[in-house]
Design a protein around this ligand. Structure first.
Ligand SMILES: *Cc1c(COP(=O)(O)O)cnc(C)c1O
Length: 405
């Protein structure tokens, strides 16, 4: 064994000792309430397929049609000759769905965050993040070279203090051309990915206006689920018009894959010119774009509304049924965290649940802070009431294990 492998094995061993080792599980079924994991049939409470669209006939048929008409691969980046009909249709469908002037799809949400934040900010700028934003935002904020500051989770007072500091930093930085250097961008999620709690978007939007900052909101866990037109929590709270950069994924409630940015025509034209993860990457396969468009249309339809209603029924049943097991932040979200604490313990409880035929993943550092490991149960519109009841029974039977920190 050479020195390289010895070094890596040592690092992997350290991960195992800390209960942080990860490995892939083979799933031999479509994403749905019942999946086959490593050969065992399990009731699945681990996906982000909130509306049950990942295996929906309308999306599958759209993908198949796109393969037949446009082939398997896109063959080039969007800006060379890979911007095929399905990609253009998806961008238009997203803009119409979100009610913005324009929208741009990316190969993943991760790529959308990286491309967008790095296109907008540089060394002279400041980026302010909620403490619990997703890794893709943290990575983008680091890569863009701007000064990074973090505000306490969902705490507008702390954000304001940092905005005051930022305003002092950029004072007097006007360029000769009349433009301003030293821009400040605030980034938060609307519904947080690990706890399902909601950001105080009205307060944050007010603050960013007061201090002349820009705002980017990640709706990964809200798109399709909140607001009259199911555009997201920004719609439900009536703040969409104040958000410069709306961001989301096509891989969760929308049932396909990819990421999107929606906003003004100027923003989208700028990203087409400047977002490196968009420019220097092959366009997504036509099937992915077509499936996402079908997902967007489904969500907008009356069927989409019915799915959403079903989802909230299941959420309510689980929240009521789990009572003391979970630390539900009160407000409605399809993400139900069951706090455990120690990493190894969370892995054990998750394994015990698998023995009972239920898949609820253990979430550990670095996805959440050290010592804050948890089970993260996600429910979807595709689950039946009986399936939700099964999860409640299993979690209750493990209650001692679950609450023993
Ligand atoms: C999943 C997720 C993303 C990334 O989206 P992908 O399309 O999966 O790359 C971004 N932000 C949050 C909060 C997410 O949960």
């Amino acid at each position: 064994m050479n020195e390289f492998e010895r070094e890596l094995k040592k690092r992997l061993e350290a991960l195992r000792e800390e209960g942080l080792y990860r490995e892939l599980r083979r799933v031999d079924s479509p994403q749905s309430p019942r999946i086959t994991v490593n050969g065992k049939a399990l009731l699945n409470f681990g996906s982000n397929d909130y509306l049950g669209l990942a295996n929906e006939p309308a999306l599958k048929e759209a993908a198949i049609k796109a393969v037949k008409e446009y082939g398997a691969g896109a063959g080039a980046s969007r800006l060379i000759c890979g911007s095929l009909g399905p990609h253009q249709e998806l961008d238009e469908a997203l803009a119409a769905f979100k009610g913005t002037e324009a929208a741009l799809s990316f190969s993943t949400g991760y790529a959308a965050a990286m491309g967008t934040i790095c296109a907008l900010l540089g060394r002279d700028d400041i980026v302010i993040l909620d403490k619990l934003v997703h890794a893709c935002i943290v990575d983008a904020a680091r890569l863009c070279g701007a000064k990074m500051r973090v505000f306490a989770h969902n705490d507008p007072d702390d954000l304001e203090n940092i905005l005051i500091w930022a305003a002092r930093q950029s004072a007097g930085k006007e360029t000769a051309g009349g433009g301003t250097r030293g821009r400040t961008l605030v980034v938060t999620e609307s519904v947080f990915s690990m706890d399902g709690d909601q950001a105080p978007l009205r307060e944050i939007a007010e603050l960013k206006e007061k201090y002349g900052a820009w705002l980017m909101v990640d709706e990964a866990h809200a798109t399709g689920l909140y607001g009259e037109n199911r555009r997201g929590l920004t719609e439900e709270l009536g703040v969409s018009g104040q958000i410069e950069i709306q961001f989301g994924t096509l891989g969760k409630a929308l049932g396909a894959s990819g990421g999107y940015i929606s906003g003004s025509r100027a923003l989208i034209d700028y990203l087409v010119n400047k977002a490196r993860s968009f420019i220097f990457s092959t366009a997504p396969v036509p099937a992915a774009a077509a499936a996402a468009t079908a997902g967007v249309r489904f969500v907008q339809s009356s069927k989409g509304e019915r799915r959403r209603a079903l989802l909230w029924e299941r959420v309510k049943e689980l929240q009521e049924g789990l009572g003391g097991c979970s630390s539900m932040p009160g407000k409605g979200s399809a993400i139900i965290p069951v706090p455990i604490g120690e990493e190894t313990k969370a892995v054990e409880v998750s394994a015990a649940l698998r023995e009972l035929g239920i898949f609820i993943p253990a979430i550990r550092y670095p996805t959440v802070a050290r010592g804050q490991a948890r089970l993260r149960l996600t429910v979807t519109a595709a689950h039946s009431a009986a399936e939700a009841a099964e999860a409640i029974t299993a979690l209750r039977s493990l209650r001692n294990g679950v609450s023993g920190k």
